[in-house]
Design a protein around this ligand. Structure first.
Ligand SMILES: Nc1ncnc2c1ncn2[C@@H]1O[C@H](COP(=O)(O)OP(=O)(O)OP(=O)(O)O)[C@@H](O)[C@H]1O
Length: 633
C-alpha cells in the first residue's frame, strides 16, 4: 500500500501550535514539485541512501567527507606526535590543496569594488581588515587537532597577525565565494562572502578536507554597502556557539580561533540610528565546505548562460564531499515509487547522481533541524544562504537556546513581526529551503519533478523519524509516545519551564508506581518552582502517566539516568552566558570566553564547580541585546 506523504506538521509541537506553524510557512509555487499531493514508497527501505540512522552523539561523521579520505596525501610527509597518530604541523606546513580555485571557474577581476560577479563561483581577494596590536582571545584545541595543527603554534607572537589576516598564511590562496539567497522568503539576488575570506582548503593526515575562513577580514566584491568587518560581540558568540554545537554532537562549522583587530568598528545594534564604536574581531572558521543552498541558487537565477555552472558546482560538490554517490552501483537497489493521485512512477537514484545527492542533502537537513529541536536551539536567520549543503549549522547570528519553553521564541529582533524563524517553525522552514534547493536543481535540469518530490518526501520522513527518536530518548522511553510528549510540551509552554534544566532533572524520576501523589513532583522541584497550586494537578497527572510508561519499558532507573544524561545537556550556551563573556572581553579580560569554551566542550558532564553556569538567566538578561539580537554584527 502506498503511504500518503505528510508534511512534518504532525510533530507534537505542530499539534499544539498548528496556527503558529502554518501562519508563517508558505511553500511557494515551484514549477518542478508537487508538495503534499505526492505518494511515495521505498521499494527497499533498508537500502535508502543518505546517512541512515541518527549518528550517535559525539561521533557524528559527515559520510561524504570522510570518504574523501581517498584523496589522502603521502602520510610519510608529516611528522606524527607518536601518541595519537595525529601529525603536529606548524602553520607553514599545512597541506594545502586549493581544489575550489583549481577546479571551478573564478572571477577574472581581483578588485573589491562591489559588483555583480557573473559566470564565476569565487573572486580571488586577500584579507584587508586594518589591525593595530591584534590579540588572540581564544583558540580551540579540538579544532586545531582536525587540521593537525601543533597546539604550540598558538604561543607564536605572530598568531594574531596571521588570523586577523594582516600577515598572509604561507601556502594560502585566499578567495571569497559568490552565492545568493532567499532572505525572509524573498529572493535577494547576489549576496556572497561579503566579509568572509577563505584561505584555502587543506587535507589533513587522515585525508579529510578542511576549509579555513576568516570572518570579518575586510571587503570583497560581495560586501555591497557594508564594511567587510565583524565586531568582538558577535565574533565571541560565533566562536563559542560553533564549538558548543560540536560539543552537543550537532553538525556545525567549527571555530579555530578568535582574534581582536585592535580597531573600532561602528555598529547600529538595533537599527535605530544609535551607532556605537565596538572592538573589531576576526573568527577563523573551519568546515569541510561552506557551500550553501544559495551557492547553487545564484547561478540558476542568472538564466541560461550560468545554468551549466550549477552542474559544474554540483559535480565538484559530489566529487569532494559526497564521493560515495559517485561510486554508487547500478546494481544497488535504490529505486522508489513516487507519484500523484492516479499516477505513479519510479525514481531510481542510481541512474541520476544529482537526484541521489538532493535526497542526501534533504536528509541531512532534516536530521540537523531535528537535533536543533532536541536541544532547544533557534537559529534565528534560516535564509537559504545560511543552509549548508553538508547539513551543518552555519552562521551564528542572533541565535538563541530556549530558556523558558516558548515555541514562538525567536531570538532575532528583525524576525519579530512574523516570527518566520521562531523555534516551532524551524522544521517547516527547513522544508521550504529544501524546496528552493530542489527547484534550483530542477531548473538546471539536473533532477526531474518526481526526483524533486522524492527529496522533499525524504525530508519529511527523515525529520519525523529523527525528531521522534530524539524526543523518545530525551524522556528515556523505549518507544515514541505522542500523547505523553505533546502533553509535556503543552505543560512546559503554559508554565514557561526551562527547557534544558527540566529534561536534565527528568532522569531523577523513579519508575515506581507506589510513590505517593504528594511526592511525585519532588524530583522536578527545581524546574517547577514557579508553578501555582492550580497547575500542580496537571503536572502530577503527567508524571503519573510518565512513570507508568517507564515501568512498561523495563529499564532500570540507574541505566536510564545514564542514557538520559547523555542526551539532555546540563550546560548550554545561554545568551546571558555569552553576554557575560562579551562584557569582560570588551574590557580586555578574555578569561570568561576561555572558561565557557572548556565548559561547552563537555555539556553532558556534571563538571563539579561549574554548576552556576546551569542557572537560569538573571533579570538583566531579559533585555534586547542579550536575550534577543539583531543581525547587526
Ligand atoms: N559587515 C559586513 N560587511 C560586508 N558584508 C556583510 C557584512 N555583514 C553581512 N554581510 C553580508 O550580508 C549577507 C548576509 O549576512 P549574514 O549576516 O547572513 O552573513 P554573515 O554572518 O556575514 O556570514 P556567514 O553566513 O558566512 O556566517 C552575506 O552575504 C554577508 O557576507
Amino acid at each position: 500500500m502506498l503511504l500518503r506523504y505528510r508534511l512534518p506538521l504532525s510533530s507534537p509541537l505542530a499539534s499544539l501550535f498548528p496556527s503558529q506553524i502554518l501562519r508563517s510557512v508558505r511553500v511557494p509555487p515551484r514549477p518542478a514539485v508537487g508538495l503534499g499531493s505526492s505518494l511515495a514508497r521505498s521499494r527497499r527501505p533498508d537500502r535508502q541512501i543518505g546517512f541512515g540512522a541518527v549518528p550517535p552523539r559525539r561521533s557524528y561523521v559527515v559520510v561524504g567527507s570522510m570518504e574523501s579520505a581517498t584523496e589522502a596525501r603521502d602520510p610519510s610527509a608529516v611528522v606524527s606526535d607518536g601518541g595519537s597518530g595525529r601529525a603536529r604541523l606548524k602553520l607553514e606546513e599545512l597541506n594545502w590543496d586549493h581544489s575550489f580555485v583549481r577546479e571551478l571557474p573564478g572571477d577574472p577581476r581581483t578588485d573589491t569594488i562591489p559588483r555583480q560577479v557573473l559566470h564565476a563561483c569565487y573572486t580571488k581577494v586577500s584579507p584587508s581588515a586594518e589591525v593595530e596590536n591584534p590579540e588572540l582571545v581564544a583558540w580551540s584545541e579540538r579544532t586545531a587537532e582536525l587540521l593537525d595543527l601543533d597546539p604550540k603554534e598558538f604561543e607564536r607572537p605572530d598568531v594574531p597577525l596571521i588570523f586577523s589576516g594582516a600577515s598572509p598564511l604561507k601556502g594560502g590562496l585566499p578567495y571569497a565565494q559568490c552565492y545568493g539567497g532567499h532572505q525572509f522568503g524573498v529572493w535577494a539576488g547576489q549576496l556572497g562572502d561579503g566579509r568572509a575570506i577563505t584561505l584555502g582548503e587543506l587535507l589533513n593526515s587522515h585525508g579529510e578536507r578542511w576549509e579555513l575562513q576568516l570572518k570579518g577580514a575586510g571587503k570583497t566584491p560581495y560586501s555591497r554597502f557594508a564594511d567587510g568587518l565583524a565586531v568582538l560581540r558577535s565574533s565571541i558568540r560565533e566562536f563559542l556557539c560553533s564549538e558548543a554545537m560540536h560539543g552537543l554532537g550537532i553538525p556545525t562549522t567549527r571555530a579555530l580561533c578568535l582574534v581582536t583587530t585592535g580597531k573600532l568598528v561602528s555598529r547600529d545594534m538595533f537599527y535605530d540610528g544609535n551607532t556605537k564604536d565596538e572592538p573589531g574581531a576576526v573568527v577563523c572558521r573551519v568546515a569541510q565546505s561552506f557551500l550553501r543552498f544559495g551557492s547553487y541558487q545564484i547561478h540558476a537565477s542568472r538564466g541560461k548562460e550560468d545554468l551549466e555552472l550549477v552542474r559544474t558546482l554540483a559535480d565538484y560538490t559530489i566529487r569532494h564531499h559526497f564521493p560515495h554517490i559517485d561510486k554508487m552501483n547500478k546494481s544497488d537497489d535504490l529505486s522508489f515509487e513516487v507519484g500523484g493521485e492516479g499516477s505513479s512512477s519510479v525514481v531510481d537514484l542510481t541512474s541520476n547522481k544529482y537526484a541521489a545527492w538532493s535526497v542526501e542533502v534533504a536528509e541531512r537537513t532534516a536530521s540537523l533541524v531535528a537535533s536543533w529541536q532536541g536541544v532547544g536551539f533557534t537559529h534565528g536567520v534560516l535564509n537559504t544562504d545560511n543552509m549548508s549543503v553538508l547539513g551543518l549549522t552555519i552562521d551564528y547570528g542572533p541565535f538563541g537556546f530556549l530558556d523558558a519553553f516558548d515555541p514562538s521564541y525567536t531570538p532575532n529582533t528583525t524576525d519579530l513581526p512574523g516570527r518566520r524563524y521562531c523555534f516551532a517553525n524551524q522544521p517547516d522552514i527547513g522544508l521550504w529551503n529544501i524546496a528552493q534547493f530542489t527547484a534550483t536543481l530542477s531548473s538546471a535540469k539536473l533532477i526531474n519533478k518526481e526526483e524533486a518530490n522524492y527529496a522533499m518526501e525524504r525530508y519529511g520522513d527523515k525529520f519525523m523519524d529523527e525528531y521522534q527518536s530524539i524526543m523518545t530518548n530525551k524522556l528515556g522511553l523505549s518507544k515514541y509516545n505522542k500523547q505523553l510528549i505533546s502533553t509535556l510540551l503543552n505543560n512546559m509552554a503554559v508554565d514557561k519551564v526551562d527547557y534544558t534544566n527540566f529534561f536534565r532533572l527528568l532522569s531523577n524520576v523513579k519508575a515506581d508506581t507506589t510513590i505517593s501523589k504528594n511526592e511525585l513532583l519532588v524530583p522536578l522541584k527545581a524546574a517547577l518552582l514557579d508553578i501555582g497550586p492550580e497547575r500542580k494537578e496537571a503536572w502530577t497527572t503527567w508524571v503519573q502517566a510518565y512513570i507508568e510508561e517507564l515501568v512498561s519499558s523495563g529499564v532500570s532507573d540507574d541505566e536510564r539516568k545514564v542514557t538520559m544524561n547523555s542526551v539532555n545537556p546540563k550546560y548550554i550556551l545561554r545568551n546571558y552566558l555569552c553576554q557575560s563573556a562579551i562584557d569582560a572581553a570588551e574590557q580586555g579580560d578574555y578569561g570568561e570566553v576561555q572558561r565557557l569554551l572548556k565548559l561547552i566542550e563537555h555539556p553532558y558532564d556534571e563538571q563539579p564547580g561549574m554548576v552556576k553556569y546551569a542557572r537560569l538567566p538573571p533579570a538583566w538578561a531579559y533585555r534586547p541585546g542579550v536575550c534577543m539580537l539583531s543581525c547587526s554584527s
